[in-house]
Design a protein around this ligand. Structure first.
Ligand SMILES: C[S@@+](CC[C@H](N)C(=O)[O-])C[C@H]1O[C@@H](n2cnc3c(N)ncnc32)[C@H](O)[C@@H]1O
Length: 281
């Protein structure tokens, strides 16, 4: 029996119009979007070109799906005749997104296969996050463009660097757990901006933002019982490690130091407002 990814490949091959993809994408798409097959989902793709992928999505997702294409090229309007909803505009322009997403309303997926420049990918994610009030996926493909000369090799302000920094911001909602231990000054605006993002998933050349406002709760410390008698040995082992740091350009061996037990003991003895929820059975 064929799996969902193989079926998607078949839909891609049998699309009546050209579409260029990357072989590793099909299983990722199947993994991310399978739950929408046969439903009346709203699926947006930025980047239409020859229209091949619009037909692939319709065949794979089913006739109930609302498939929307976005492109800067006004000629793409012709795909309306084939039953697709088409919007013409520049994905690098926040105003375009604001107006377009207002017209579209609630969406399940926004897949970006458009201009591939970092600023366009970032604006797309920012504006989609602003518009998304419900559970949905914002997915950007061809993120290898961040390293490509053709797209001006975006360096420290590449889309991928933006995504990595955003993972810190989704963690930032945990800072109130230990008020004294995290940096006193942190960017509450950015932490708040990503408040509905449950996770950010990195694949080869694809990044998926899982938006789920209900599941993205503010974390609280909890324990199933009052404190037990065991001693915590956390600072008794080795206090550093020499290791290879992941770096795409060169080998980098570094020393990672551990915390200072005496400092933390002193800090722990200071009165702090820690809210610990105890759930007794
Ligand atoms: C890689 S092609 C899309 C391929 C298509 N998704 C497929 O798989 O068959 C990229 C498309 O993005 C469009 N594009 C480029 N820059 C854009 C921008 N700033 N805003 C909207 N669309 C853009 C191009 O006109 C082109 O049609």
């Amino acid at each position: 029996m064929q799996n969902s990814s193989d079926e998607l490949i078949d839909c891609w091959k049998s699309s009546p119009f050209p579409s260029m993809k990357v072989t590793s994408y099909f299983s990722v798409y199947a993994n991310l979007f399978e739950h929408l097959r046969g439903t009346n989902c709203t699926f947006i793709e930025t980047g239409i070109l020859d229209g091949g992928s619009l037909h692939m999505w319709r065949n794979w997702l089913g006739s109930e799906a609302r498939i929307i294409g976005i492109d800067l090229n006004p000629e793409a309007e012709k795909w309306r005749d084939a039953g697709f909803e088409i919007y013409i505009g520049d994905q690098g322009d926040p105003k375009f997104w604001e107006a377009c997403l207002k017209k579209i309303g609630k969406f399940d997926v926004l897949l970006d296969d458009g201009g591939h420049q970092s600023f366009q990918q970032i604006i797309t994610v920012i504006e989609a996050l602003k518009a998304a009030n419900d559970r949905c996926l914002i997915v950007v493909e061809d993120t290898h463009s961040c390293f490509m000369n053709e797209f001006s090799n975006h360096g420290r302000y590449s889309f991928l660097e933006y995504c990595k920094a955003a993972t810190d911001c989704i963690l930032g909602r945990a800072f109130p757990i230990y008020p004294k231990q995290f940096p006193l000054f942190h960017n509450k605006d950015q932490i708040n901006f990503f408040k509905s993002v449950l996770s950010i998933q990195f694949y080869t050349s694809i990044v998926a933002f899982h938006v789920d406002p209900k599941a993205s709760i503010v974390p609280e410390l909890c324990s199933n019982k009052a404190k037990g008698p065991a001693s915590d040995f956390r600072y008794q082992g080795k206090n550093n490690a020499i290791l290879s740091w992941p770096n795409i350009y060169r080998n980098k061996v570094i020393k990672v130091n551990g915390g200072r037990a005496s400092f933390f003991k002193k800090l722990a003895s200071l009165p702090a407002k820690i809210n610990l929820k105890i759930f007794n059975s």
